[in-house]
Ligand binder design. Structure first.
Ligand SMILES: Nc1nc2c(c(=O)[nH]1)N[C@H]1C(S)=C(S)[C@@H](COP(=O)(O)OP(=O)(O)OC[C@H]3O[C@@H](n4cnc5c(=O)[nH]c(N)nc54)[C@H](O)[C@@H]3O)O[C@H]1N2
Ligand SMILES: Nc1nc2c(c(=O)[nH]1)N[C@H]1C(S)=C(S)[C@@H](COP(=O)(O)OP(=O)(O)OC[C@H]3O[C@@H](n4cnc5c(=O)[nH]c(N)nc54)[C@H](O)[C@@H]3O)O[C@H]1N2
Ligand code: SF4
Ligand SMILES: [Mo]
Length: 729
């Protein structure tokens, strides 16, 4: 049967003339897929494929990985350094010597006039680890500002903070292999099938063989929620109440692992006492999950032979982000689920190398999970780098979300942004714009010249991207993987590594510190700093060749380790890097401080991501097939709520919050409840004009997912025109 297709020619995909495959690791999300890049006879990258031998992805890639090779030729790449006196002027093309000399002089002039900390450096989770380490050396060792942070404050800071508070150290204790052993999985605020498709695929395979229950906690009926056995549509920002109530049930019914708790934890009495207040009858009215379901889920989790939790931004991006992480850790400690196959607290990381920056960039401390607050750590690093230890501050400076407001009050006068686009990604962008306009010096270092933040820059450094350079990433399960350089950057663009090394030469300490010009030599330095029996983050046994042979190695992987496997799990022996070797249970009280819907602003505004786009679309907005799926800013809205307001599918509307407004197209869907709208944050001049971004007290991470808006009708033609102008294509 042809069903009318008789005369159609079948689609033929011509074989690609690949002459050589180059080894690399995907540069989007933190799953850490190994990708091979196909080069033709002229050295042009013409295709990419998932590496069949890599344990992480086993040949698979998601839509972004499959198209990633297209970005090398995409529009808007920066080809030359640019400079101007004022952001209102036109940029002038300059050479690297002019751009670097001017920047270094201006940075030092600002520091001399206003103090060293008046210049800030804000980076990312998307460089190579060797680049992060080098930027750390430059910023901590040469520039000497303490106001040095990264966009990981918008992303993973709550996970870092929660891990440190509970276990005494950052670093996810579990791995993907845990899916193959667990008897129950609970996911908080993560839309795994869209945001980490290949991790989801690993989970799905595991569930197909052993049908263990999956519980998804998310106010939206996401794709993940649809695949779950139990979906808990939680009231935004109240996960702590749900977990406290689960713990209440667990203690009341004697389902806790008391032997584990007594042997391995501190703070049990305080936790038990606090959760007494969170009986399911009271809790249900706060978190929106009925009392029977709370009991049901608590019993299911606690009675499972092994159980694990995963979470992402629904937890981290909250005013109780760090507390939420501690509470997930509490749940797993109380049920004896830490460090065993299938029993773990596994934060699903965001950016491809958010782990690398946590480990090695010195953003909030010193390299290799060392602390500025620790005298020996300061001494060791200063000695290793060959500088005076007094050059280091004795405690960490501000986080990104505090650095920006410090421009308002005049404490910060200059800023260097490396691979981040705050004009689209930070909350309340109208306020961010004013801050950027106030700077005496803004340097933007990005692979794209047309990145929105560059409109406010005095100096632009064109950087290479992904496989135009070489180095490592660490993924969600602590696996270090490699990218080999496959092609040269376009025009006069240079690798971030080169730019940092050149900048270092222009500072006095840059002459004392050795800055190797090969990334593998940098990796050797990191190895030397990581070595030690008492160091968990030990990569001293790794080499580039070993990493490529293994398709990624998990840390710790100590010198002398036989075979190519690192340690799959942390804390399997019940020993934790805290002062007394025990994990800390932390009693978490719920504080209701979010901006909530009211009569004037009746909808919760939730925001997040789509599978086909990455962040501010500087990359995926340029890749035709990715962009075709959702080229227009839109919001998910419940059909019942829309009917009441007379709003139709694909109508444009204006969203208004106390901060600003944004025009979006309406997608009617039951995915969101009637009192909520969801807007992807990928579009410029969109959701972050509206967001409040209240900060978590520990991690300083913004609550991107909770604020209140109203919806207004707009002229449809005018809105359509406005949206056309906003597309990248
Ligand atoms: N395709 C794609 N993949 C990506 C990225 C991308 O931009 N595009 N970015 C990467 C990065 S950096 C990150 S950080 C990750 C993010 O990955 P995810 O965190 O999985 O993605 P989000 O869509 O930001 O948020 C997840 C869910 O949190 C829910 N949520 C909102 N409020 C609450 C709440 O109060 N409680 C709970 N339990 N849930 C809530 C939202 O409804 C949403 O469905 O994705 C990574 N992967
Ligand atoms: N409302 C709302 N806002 C959010 C979020 C949300 O869920 N809701 N999520 C937050 C989260 S989790 C994150 S991680 C942030 C992300 O926020 P950003 O970091 O601002 O977003 P990106 O678009 O990833 O910006 C990275 C920039 O680096 C450039 N780049 C890529 N590779 C390289 C390279 O090798 N070198 C150089 N020099 N440049 C490079 C890209 O072109 C891009 O301009 O957004 C946050 N903002
Ligand atoms: S799942 Fe993540 S790491 Fe894998 S191909 Fe997709 S974006 Fe890349
Ligand atoms: Mo992120």
């Amino acid at each position: 049967m042809f069903f009318g297709r008789k005369n159609r020619k079948p689609i033929v995909i011509p074989p690609k003339p690949v002459k050589e495959w180059k080894y690399s690791t995907c540069n989007y999300c933190s799953t850490g897929c190994t990708i091979e890049l196909g080069l033709d006879a002229t050295g042009k990258v013409i295709t990419s494929r998932g590496h069949a031998g890599a344990d992480v992805n086993r040949g698979k890639l998601c839509i972004k990985g499959l198209q990633e090779h297209e970005l090398f030729n995409s529009a808007g790449r920066g080809l030359d350094p640019l400079m101007r006196q004022r952001p209102q002027d036109d940029f002038q093309k300059v050479n690297w010597t002019q751009a670097l000399d001017y920047s270094a002089e201006k940075i030092q002039a600002i520091q001399q006039q206003y103090g060293r900390d008046a210049f800030a450096v804000v980076s990312t989770g998307q460089l190579m680890t060797e680049e992060f380490y080098t930027l750390g050396k430059l910023t901590r060792g040469c520039i000497g500002t303490n106001n040095y942070d990264g966009n990981t404050t918008l992303c993973m800071a709550s996970a870092v903070s929660g891990y440190k508070r509970t276990f005494g150290l950052d670093g996810p204790p579990g791995c993907y292999d845990d899916f193959e052993h667990t008897d129950c999985l609970m996911a908080f605020g993560s839309n795994l099938p869209e945001q980490h498709p290949v991790i989801y695929w690993r989970l799905k395979e595991a569930r197909e063989t052993r049908k263990f229950p999956l519980i998804v906690v998310d106010p939206r009926v996401t794709m993940f929620a649809q695949f779950a056995d139990i979906h808990l549509p939680i009231t935004p920002g109240t996960d702590c109440v749900l977990i406290n109530s689960m713990l209440h049930v667990i203690f009341k019914e004697g389902l806790e692992d008391r032997a584990y708790l007594e042997a391995n934890t501190n703070g049990l009495a305080e936790l038990e006492e606090l959760v007494k207040q969170y009986d399911p009858i009271t809790a249900q009215h706060i978190c929106g999950i009925d009392e029977d379901t709370i009991r049901q889920v608590a019993r299911l989790y606690a009675k499972a032979n092994t159980a694990m939790s995963i979470w992402t931004m629904g937890i981290n991006q909250s005013t109780h982000g760090s507390d939420g992480v501690c509470n997930i850790n509490n749940l797993n400690l109380c049920t004896g689920n830490i460090g065993k196959p299938g029993g773990t607290s596994l934060s699903i990381t965001g950016q491809c190398n958010a782990m690398g920056t946590r480990e090695w960039s010195s953003c909030s401390g010193l390299p290799g999970y060392r602390y500025l607050e620790n005298e020996k750590d300061r001494e060791d690093v200063a000695k290793f780098w060959g500088i005076d230890e007094e050059f280091f501050p004795k405690q960490r400076g501000m986080a990104q979300t505090d650095i920006f407001p410090a421009i308002e009050n005049g404490d910060i006068k200059g800023m260097w942004l490396v691979a981040t686009n705050p004009m689209t990604s930070m909350a309340n962008t109208a306020r961010i714009r004013k801050m950027l306009e106030k700077l005496d010096l803004l340097i933007v270092q990005d692979c794209y010249e047309d990145v929105e933040t560059n409109q406010y820059a005095h100096v632009y450094f064109p950087a290479s991207v992904w496989a135009e350079k070489q180095g490592c990433h660490t993924n969600t399960e602590r696996r270090v993987n490699l990218t080999r350089s496959a092609l040269a950057p376009p025009g006069n663009a240079k690798s971030d590594f080169w730019i940092f090394n050149q900048m270092a030469k222009r500072f006095p300490n840059g002459k004392l510190i050795n800055f190797p010009d090969e990334t593998e030599a940098v990796f050797d330095e990191m190895k030397a700093l990581s070595k030690g029996k008492d160091r968990t983050l030990d990569i001293s046994g790794m080499t580039y060749d070993k990493i490529e042979a293994a398709k990624g190695i998990q840390w710790p992987y100590r010198e002398g380790t036989e075979g190519l496997k690192g340690e799959a799990r942390l804390y399997s022996d019940g020993k934790f890097p805290t002062t007394n070797g025990k994990a800390n249970l932390i009693a978490i009280n719920f504080i209701d401080n979010n901006e909530r819907p009211n009569e004037q602003y009746p909808f919760w505004l939730n925001s997040g991501r789509l599978v086909e786009h990455f962040h501010t679309r500087t990359r995926t907005g340029k890749i035709a097939n990715g962009n075709k799926f959702s080229p227009t800013p839109f919001m998910e809205m419940n059909p019942d709520a829309a009917e009441k307001l007379g709003i139709k599918h694909q109508h444009y509307v204006r969203l208004v919050s106390r901060r600003g407004d944004a025009v979006v197209m309406v997608q009617l869907t039951q995915r969101v409840p009637p009192n909520m709208v969801f807007v992807p944050f990928h579009f410029h001049d969109c959701v972050n004009r509206l967001t409040l971004g209240l900060l978590d007290p520990y991690s300083r991470q913004p609550a991107f997912k909770q604020c209140a808006v109203q919806i207004e009708h707009v002229d449809q033609l005018e809105a359509a025109q406005l949206n056309k102008e906003r597309r990248r294509f």
